[in-house]
Ligand binder design. Structure first.
Ligand SMILES: Cc1ncc(COP(=O)(O)O)c(C=O)c1O
Length: 426
């Protein structure tokens, strides 16, 4: 019989995220929030869901059918517009604004559209600097890494690198931090005055940093300052877009309209790594037409795009946004017992983006990576998949399926009670 652990030790890349969980588990089947691992008949409940790339749960039958139909239709072709691509472009552009025009480009994976969005800002403004924020995660390629917080990426691993050139990092005024919108905006104004700033990239709610919601006046003021200084505003919706906080685009909660939106993860329901840049036409038009600016063999892929069109229908027909808001509120309310633990603070959330911080005992200001890991490990023993994240590794994030039902909520709440007790953290 094949020993997969031996195969891992001998052949697998030893420095990717497959090393995150111990013991060695091989997923073999998934459905909704349930995942089955090799040799264990009892399913696990997945509250990570591919870092929000499976927002509608694993393998929803309607989406499996959509993926099968898409594969049977046309899986890959290059250098042609397809009807689906034009329809999806129209759909996404209209979601950003019905009043102002936007163009759309489709690529693969989140990091690539972040990099292209940065290029667009520089190309249009003829300026160089990009402003980003502490705690931000925007990807791990050279350009993506340049605007990602050092807490998430060891930039020394890039060996020969220019990943931090022309980047200015400012504090993010999160609701549970001591940074205020005034601090952050004042520093932004100074940065714009003293440097040639092309764009600002921001996650409307920081994902990798542990669902950090901004102060409510932050995004509107960020929009004001960028607009009045002709600095482009990129909204990174890769993790929290498509319903995670109950809005199609999370930034819509604050009533603003950015110059560029980048999307990926659940855009094709987790069946294809489709990503998109939705940007004002003048940004795309600023790129020289000497050669195509965005080239990739699998860009505009018809398989991913066809599934994404069905995902858009699915979000509407299944009331995913409303479900996210309503069920999220119930779940958050039922999780209030977590705050009785002397090791937990800042239980927060909106929609189905829920998180809390693990701390030293009775010390809400002392983040504890150790207890976050302990909770994650005991949860795994109890067949609950969660993970610890944040710059300090102290945050536990819960990102259930937007299709979550009341019985799932009861199950998760009861399981977390058991986990907390078994971990000795209550
Ligand atoms: C907000 C945000 N931007 C960009 C990325 C990078 O996307 P990818 O991992 O698909 O390259 C991520 C990934 O987690 C993300 O959360």
């Amino acid at each position: 019989m094949t020993n997969f652990e031996t195969l891992r030790d001998k052949y697998a890349c030893p420095c990717d995220e497959s090393t995150m969980y111990e013991p060695f588990l091989l997923p073999v089947k998934a459905e909704g929030m349930k995942v089955w691992f090799d040799g264990d008949p009892e399913p696990y409940i997945d509250l990570v869901l591919g870092y929000s790339s499976n927002n509608f749960g694993h393998n929803h039958p309607l989406l499996v059918k959509a993926a099968q139909d898409a594969a049977a239709k046309i899986a890959q072709i290059h250098s042609f517009h397809t009807k689906d691509k034009l329809l999806l472009s129209q759909y996404l552009a209209d979601k950003v604004s019905k009043e102002q025009p936007y163009n759309v480009y489709f690529d693969i994976g989140g990091t690539s559209v972040v990099a292209s969005a940065i290029r667009l800002c520089r190309s249009y403004t003829k300026k160089r600097y990009i402003v980003c924020f502490d705690g931000a995660y925007h990807g791990a390629s050279q350009l993506g890494a340049s605007v990602t917080d050092d807490g998430f990426i060891d930039k020394a691993q890039y060996v020969i690198n220019n990943v931090s050139d022309f980047v200015i990092r400012l504090p993010f005024p999160g609701k549970h931090t001591d940074v205020t919108t005034d601090d952050s905006i004042r520093q932004l104004e100074e940065a714009i005055q003293n440097n040639d700033v092309a764009g600002v990239i921001v996650e409307p709610v920081q994902g990798a940093n542990g669902f950090i919601f901004p102060e409510d006046d932050f995004l509107p003021r960020l929009r004001e300052v960028t607009e009045s200084n002709e600095v482009m505003l990129i909204m990174d919706e890769i993790q929290v877009g498509l319903g995670r906080i109950g809005h199609f685009f999370a930034y819509q909660k604050w009533g603003i309209v950015p110059d560029i939106v980048v999307l990926s993860k659940s855009l094709s329901g987790g069946f294809y790594p489709l990503s998109a840049i939705i940007a004002r036409p003048q940004l795309f038009n600023s790129v020289s037409s000497n050669a195509t600016a965005f080239q990739s063999t699998f860009n505009n892929n018809p398989l991913g795009i066809n599934i994404a069109l069905k995902v858009m229908e699915f979000i509407e027909n299944e009331n995913c946004l409303e479900n996210s808001m309503v069920k999220g509120e119930t779940l958050l309310h039922k999780l209030s017992f977590l705050e009785d633990s002397p090791y937990i603070s800042n239980l927060r959330g909106e929609g189905l983006a829920i998180a809390f911080d693990m701390t030293e005992k009775n010390a809400p200001n002392q983040p504890s990576k150790k207890y976050a890991k302990k909770l994650k490990d005991v949860a795994l023993d109890e067949h609950l998949i969660i993970y610890s994240c944040g710059r300090n590794g102290d945050v536990i994030k819960l990102a259930p399926s937007l299709m979550i039902e009341d019985k799932d909520i009861e199950f998760i709440v009861n399981k977390l009670k058991i986990v907390l007790e078994k971990a000795g953290l209550i």
